[in-house]
Design a protein around this ligand. Structure first.
Ligand code: SAH
Length: 253
């Protein structure tokens, strides 16, 4: 059973206040209430309140964030929604599969990230996501209105919450190993690890900053495939620090 209180809906730089209100409404109809707004163009705004109609409580407690880091603080599972196919494929799920995966992982704090109306999410933002979620749609016209996309995601989550009236046929969820005693890493710590990794790879002359190619992108994909534990992030950073120390010693010799 999904606890809807653990799910954040994060809107990145929405430009139309109407979409913010409509998203709040979409959430409330499905029993969600954690709305995070990253640098909205206009907020608060009369149009947002009007479109929220009865969901002004969700709007009133929306968390305003300066950047994505702030919105992902405390989050252990990040899902990025996207209407587009990218050059380098990322593990992708349907909303239904995503709800199944979340259902099998009751402890996590989860964020669904939604992109800008015009341009969606940047590659850098999508690289912070463990999974991409794509709403199956017309390949020739695949981009839903922002609040409509929020509605569909919230619907699939609510089906697997205590709001659901009955069990229905769901495909097998993506299989997650369950670990009773280990906590997943905070996304902000994982991001710091990636920064450290990039610096360390430069220090040991593996990464050439003048010609980085796709190295960091591939490494992020690799690590995001495995859902790092908190203890593992510390371990990896310890290894990086030791490698950097050796490289410094070798240089000074
Ligand atoms: N032109 C943009 C479309 C942005 S639509 C693009 O190509 O990415 C605004 C947001 O709604 C998207 O960033 C995404 O979060 C969500 N969205 C729209 N259509 C979607 C779909 N088919 N699947 C998943 N999310 C979708």
């Amino acid at each position: 059973m999904i606890d809807l209180e653990t799910v954040r809906i994060v809107l990145v730089e929405p430009s139309h206040p109407g979409n913010i209100g409509a998203s709040a409404r979409a959430m409330k109809t499905m029993g969600l209430s954690q709305l995070y707004l990253v640098s909205p163009r206009f907020y608060p705004h009369a149009e947002a309140s009007a479109r929220a109609s009865g969901a002004d409580d969700v709007l009133a407690k929306a968390v305003l964030c300066r950047d994505l880091d702030e919105a992902l603080s405390g989050v252990t599972l990040v899902l990025g929604t996207s209407a587009r196919a990218r050059n380098l494929e990322w593990p992708t799920m349907t909303p239904r599969q995503a709800a199944g995966a979340i259902d099998s992982e009751p402890q996590s704090q989860i964020a669904f990230i939604f992109g800008r109306e015009r341009s969606g999410l940047t590659n850098a933002e999508l690289e912070r996501c463990h999974y991409r979620v794509h709403i199956p749609s017309n390949p020739e016209y695949s981009s839903l209105n922002l609040a409509a996309a929020v509605q569909l995601i919230c619907y699939e989550l609510s089906i697997r919450s205590s709001h659901a009236l009955s069990d229905t046929d769901y495909p097998e969820s993506i299989d997650h190993a369950r670990h009773e005693h280990e906590a997943y890493a905070d996304q902000v710590d994982v991001e710091r690890f990636f920064v450290h990794l990039e610096q360390a790879l430069e220090d040991i002359d593996f990464l050439n900053p003048d010609n980085p190619r796709q190295l960091m992108r591939r490494l992020k994909r690799l690590f995001n495939r495995t859902r790092l534990f908190h203890t593992e992030v510390n371990l990896l950073r310890g290894i990086l620090t030791a490698a950097q120390r050796q490289a410094r010693l070798a240089r000074d010799r």
